[in-house]
Design a protein around this ligand. Structure first.
Ligand code: M6R
Length: 608
């Protein structure tokens, strides 16, 4: 996610901004840029790649001036190139803008501005903003910003400079984070607190719709009606490391709690005015879809587990068989990929070596390759024919959490879109599913709000050597993710079993007190699952159930039940995975392990 830093004071603005941007590196980025008011002009420098490229350039050729804005970009619209990086500017470079968020109506605004004669340089949504401000500018920067912002739909944190306003900066917040800082005769704006902590601990937390107006020796916070708001100046007492985690103890925890937002962003920002799903860069026509002989979903680890759920949705909606495999197996197996195949690769990082190898091999065989990835400009995104980005935001913890839920949402969206195009589902069903998916963020939040219940279960598991996860159908796929999470961060031996398969061997492992996390979220398999739970309970297992709230029956066979809000069976994994993620996190923390960097693991596996 992008990072913003703005500064006005007596220090060299570029130095302060770059040191602030360094503290926001955890947000992830692919390019960086800065604009400084050097008197009669705005000096703008931007580079793709690491922030150090910008820092080295500024060291060699210092920027003079004490008013500036800077940005690290996590690409959403357009590749991570220099021209797409921020700050963006109008034709005569009198206005510079940095932006974090997404402007949903940028295509309409772009068309309108093009009709006015504007020529855009970049592929970004952001570039419309400096031109809009320019359109309304009549000597009053603040006024022009209000008028321009009134035209924007979407999410934005903005930092804005004008060359003729050498002591003025305007910043705006709506649905993207932004704070303002106050030092000794100096002012700051930033996406997050760590960017300021070397300079000040006095901050204003901005609410949606608020505008920061820094002019001369004054800072004012204004509301959307341009009235001054009487805001409290807060003192930050955290240290830098804690601040980067936004007050959470671990990145994994922060990322688990970011899931409602990640799922909302991935889905709702893809819906057009009529509520249809817009698949960004996926250009498959009805004919191309109908000509497919087979569809494969290939990935590794958690991304594979999400792929298995994607397969279920795709088969259900499109009514055709879909095959899944682990990339490291698929690449060496005799597979039937050919020019009539669609190969869907799922990868958070977009750099996983085995998944990338499948991509190249499939392309050689003439298949169409579609990537579902979280990192814009990653190798898999660049080499695939079609790309769909999960908008989970940067994932730092090695254990993947928010990538998983947004991958499922993405695969369901793709499946619904394809199925409607092929006439395999009715519009009515399509919209009904979208409406149900829109409820997911709220339902995930409910589970997060009840995290203390998971803590009780974590206490029962922390000293165990083994734990089993049971499920049938979709719940079996979900059990695989639950057991992977627990084993990778807590080092407890955990296995997922298809509950109906137990009696063919695995049940021999059950002994007095063995924790068995039993998923019973599927209505059509509920009774069968309850019988399987009874079977293990009768052999001494400590049965911990996860079930939809209305299924109270489950309490007869469980010692503890974690309820999730009722939902469509197909969508329940996006909710039911959350208590399992929390469980893994809590057990790891109780054991004093390195939650974010478990032993022997790397975030991105770029070797075979
Ligand atoms: O970046 P990718 O999604 O391609 O990574 C795939 C796996 O390495 C990854 O999901 C791994 O299993 C995670 N550590 C699981 O939490």
């Amino acid at each position: 996610m992008c990072g913003i830093v703005g500064y006005f004071g007596s220090k060299n603005a570029a130095d302060v901004i770059i040191s602030g941007l360094e503290k926001l590196e955890y947000r992830g980025y692919d390019s960086a840029g800065i604009a400084v008011n050097e008197g009669n002009e705005l000096e703008i420098r931007k580079f793709s790649g690491r922030l150090s490229v910008l820092a080295d350039d500024v060291k060699e050729n210092p920027m003079k001036g004490n008013l500036g804005i800077g940005h690290t970009r996590w690409a959403t619209h357009g590749e991570p190139t220099i021209v797409n990086s921020h700050p963006h500017f109008n034709k005569d470079k009198s206005i510079a803008v940095v932006h974090n968020g997404i402007i949903e109506n940028y295509l309409d605004l772009r068309k309108e501005l093009e009709q006015d004669g504007v020529e855009f340089l970049s592929d970004t949504d952001t570039e419309v903003i400096p031109f809009l401000i320019d359109k309304y500018y009549e000597g009053d920067l603040l006024d022009a910003v209000y008028k321009a912002v009134g035209r924007l739909r979407g999410a934005y944190a903005l930092g804005i400079l004008h060359k003729d306003h050498a002591d003025e900066m305007v910043a705006v917040r709506k649905d993207s984070p932004l704070i303002a800082g106050v030092g000794e005769g100096e002012f700051f704006v930033a996406s997050d607190i760590p960017a300021l902590l070397n300079y000040t601990r006095n901050v204003y937390y901005l609410d949606n719709g608020e505008v920061v107006h820094i002019k001369g020796d004054k800072i004012e916070i204004l509301n959307d009606k341009k009235e001054v708001v009487d805001k409290k100046l807060n003192k930050v007492t955290w240290d830098i490391e804690a601040a980067e985690k936004g007050g959470y103890k671990f990145f994994m925890e922060k990322e688990i709690f970011e899931q409602p937002q990640g799922c909302k962003d991935t889905l709702e920002r893809r819906l057009d005015k009529d509520g249809h799903i817009v698949l960004d860069d996926i250009k498959m026509t009805k004919e191309e879809l109908e000509n497919l002989e087979n569809i494969y979903i290939i990935a590794c680890g958690t991304a594979y587990n999400a792929g298995v759920l994607g397969k279920t949705a795709m088969q259900k909606f499109m009514g055709i068989p879909v095959y899944t495999d682990i990339a490291s197996e698929f690449r060496y197996n005799d597979n039937f990929v050919n020019e009539h195949s669609l190969v869907i690769l799922v990868s958070q990082s977009g750099e996983t070596a085995d998944t990338l190898a499948v991509l190249r091999d499939s392309k050689e065989k003439g298949a169409r390759v579609l990537a579902v990835t979280n990192v814009v400009g990653s190798t898999i995104a660049r080499e695939a024919d079609d790309v769909f980005y999960t908008w989970a935001g940067t994932e730092i913890a090695v254990a993947s959490t928010k990538a998983y839920t947004t991958q499922i949402v993405s695969l369901y969206m793709i499946s619904l879109n394809f199925a409607l195009k092929m006439g395999k589902i009715t519009e009515e069903y399509y919209f009904e599913m979208i409406e149900k998916m829109k409820e997911l963020p709220g339902k995930i939040q409910e589970v997060l709000d009840n995290k203390d219940e998971v803590y009780e279960v974590a206490k029962q598991i922390v000293n165990k050597e083994h734990a089993f996860f049971l499920g049938r159908g979709i719940d079996y796929s979900l059990a695989m993710e639950g057991s992977l999470k627990l084993k990778e961060v807590s080092y407890i031996h955990a296995e997922a079993f298809a509950a109906g398969e137990l009696k063919h061997g695995t049940i021999a492992l059950i002994e007095e007190g063995t924790p068995v996390i039993s998923l019973a979220t599927q209505q059509n398999l509920f009774e069968k699952m309850v019988s399987n739970m009874e079977e293990v309970r009768a052999r001494g297992a400590n049965v911990i159930a996860i079930a939809q709230r209305h299924n109270k029956e489950v309490e007869k066979v469980s010692s503890h039940t974690l309820y999730i809000p009722d939902s469509d069976d197909l969508l329940s994994p996006v909710i039911a995975v959350v208590p399992m993620q929390l469980l893994a996190l809590m057990v790891s923390d109780m054991k004093g392990l390195d939650v974010d960097k478990p032993r022997n693991l790397a975030k991105s596996v770029t070797v075979e």
